[in-house]
Design a protein around this ligand. Structure first.
Ligand SMILES: [Fe+2]
Ligand SMILES: [Fe+2]
Length: 358
C-alpha cells in the first residue's frame, strides 16, 4: 500500500490541524506481505509468511512487541520470558489452536441433558464421584498451563495462543462435570484432593517437565478414559460429555507429544532429565499408594458394571481400561522419541503393557 507523500505533507500543513508527527508511518520498514486465505480459511499458518513466520530461536526482548512489528526505543519490559524456543515449542501449536477455536462447544446447550433419568442410587453416586474427581482434575488441568502463560514471549505467540485455548477447554470440562453432578439429585461427593501425582504436575519448575507430566501422562490417561466413556456413561448426555471432552483432550495430548518430540530433537542432552521427571511422576501418578484415587477406581468399577450389580464385569472393563491407558501412554512416548522408556517404566504400568510391536 503506497502512501502518497503529498497527502502527508498536506496533513502536516493543514490549517487548524494539531501538530502531527506521523513518524510511525514507516512503510519502508514494512515487509509488505499480503496474506491469503487457504483451504481452511485465513489461519495462523497462512499469515506466518516471510519475516512474520520467522520464529527466533531465542526471544531477546522482554517487551510485549509482536513478532514482525517495528521495534521502538524506550519501551518498558513486562516479563521474564522463557527465552529458548526449544524449551516451549511444538510444531502443531497453530493447527491445534485453530481447531480449538473452531470446535468450541457449550455445556449449557450442546449436551442432551434431558436424557439424564433417575438411576439406581449406587450408580448415580458412582457417576457423581467420578464427576467430583474430574471437576478437581480439570481445575488443575487449566491451572497448570495457566501458570506458564506469562512466561511465553510474543516472539513465540503460537504457544501462548494454544495454552489459552487449553485453559478455555479445561474451564468447560470443569463446568460440564460439575453440571452433571448437580443435574440428577446427587451432587458432588468426596473431594479427592490434588493427589500426589497432580500436585507434582503443579509443582513443575520447567515447561517441558509440566508438559510431559500433564499432557503426555496425566491428560493421556484421562483422554483414554474419556474415549472409553461409552462403558461408563449411562445415557446420551454422559456419552456426549465424554465424546466432546475426549476431542478436546486429543489436542492437549497432541501438543505435549509434539513438544516432547521437539525438545528431544533439538536438545537431545535433555533425555535423561526428562526420564527423571517421568520416573518420579509414574511413581506418584495413579500408583496404588496414591490413596486419593480409591474413590475414582471404585466408582469406575460400579459404573462399568452397568447397573452396579455385575462387579466382575466392571472389574474386567476397569482392568481393560488400565491396560489401554498404559499402552497408549507408551505409544505416545514412542511417537515423541522416548521409546526407551519401556525399559524403565514403573512396573505398576509396565506390567500392563502389551509386548512391543516390531
Ligand atoms: Fe480436560
Ligand atoms: Fe486437557
Amino acid at each position: 500500500m503506497a502512501i502518497d507523500q503529498k497527502v502527508i505533507d498536506k496533513l502536516r500543513k493543514e490549517p487548524g490541524m494539531p501538530d502531527i508527527d506521523l513518524s510511525w508511518l514507516r512503510e519502508e520498514d514494512s515487509p509488505g506481505i499480503v496474506a491469503k486465505a487457504g483451504k481452511r480459511g485465513l489461519t495462523l499458518d497462512e499469515i506466518n509468511k516471510g519475516v512474520y513466520g520467522e520464529v527466533p530461536e531465542i526471544a531477546k526482548h522482554g517487551t510485549t512487541r509482536s513478532r514482525g512489528s517495528i521495534p521502538r526505543a524506550g519501551v518498558m519490559r513486562t516479563a521474564y520470558f522463557v527465552p529458548e524456543k526449544s524449551d516451549i515449542w511444538a510444531d502443531n501449536a497453530t493447527l491445534i489452536y485453530e481447531e480449538a477455536v473452531q470446535r468450541q462447544w457449550s455445556s449449557a446447550t450442546d449436551i442432551p441433558w434431558e436424557t439424564v433419568k433417575p438411576l439406581p442410587d449406587i450408580v448415580e453416586e458412582a457417576i457423581c464421584q467420578i464427576c467430583t474427581f474430574l471437576t478437581e482434575v480439570e481445575f488443575i488441568a487449566g491451572d497448570a498451563p495457566g501458570q506458564w502463560l506469562k512466561k511465553i514471549s510474543p516472539d513465540h505467540y503460537e504457544v501462548a495462543l494454544y495454552l489459552i485455548s487449553q485453559v478455555m477447554d479445561e474451564a468447560r470440562h470443569l463446568d460440564v462435570f460439575r453440571k452433571r453432578a448437580l443435574v440428577n439429585g446427587c451432587g458432588l461427593l468426596e473431594a479427592q484432593g490434588a493427589t500426589r501425582g497432580l500436585r507434582n504436575v503443579l509443582d513443575s519448575q520447567d515447561f517441558t517437565e509440566m508438559s510431559a507430566l500433564m499432557h503426555v501422562l496425566a491428560e493421556g490417561f484421562v483422554q483414554t478414559m474419556f474415549r472409553t466413556g461409552e462403558f461408563i456413561a449411562q445415557n446420551e448426555a454422559e456419552k456426549t460429555i465424554f465424546r466432546l471432552c475426549a476431542q478436546d483432550e486429543s489436542r492437549h495430548v497432541g501438543f505435549g507429544v509434539m513438544h516432547l518430540r521437539y525438545v528431544l530433537e533439538h536438545t537431545p542432552e535433555r533425555r535423561e532429565e526428562i526420564h527423571h521427571y517421568l520416573d518420579r511422576a509414574e511413581q506418584l501418578f495413579g500408583h496404588p499408594t496414591d490413596g486419593g484415587n480409591t474413590g475414582l477406581q471404585e466408582a469406575l468399577l460400579i459404573t462399568m458394571s452397568g447397573d452396579g450389580k455385575d462387579l466382575d464385569k466392571g472389574a474386567e472393563l476397569a482392568l481393560a481400561l488400565n491396560k489401554k491407558q498404559a499402552n497408549e501412554y507408551m505409544h505416545r512416548l514412542e511417537v515423541a522419541g522416548l521409546g526407551d522408556r519401556r525399559e524403565r517404566m514403573n512396573p505398576a504400568f509396565g506390567m500392563l503393557l502389551d509386548p512391543p510391536k516390531n
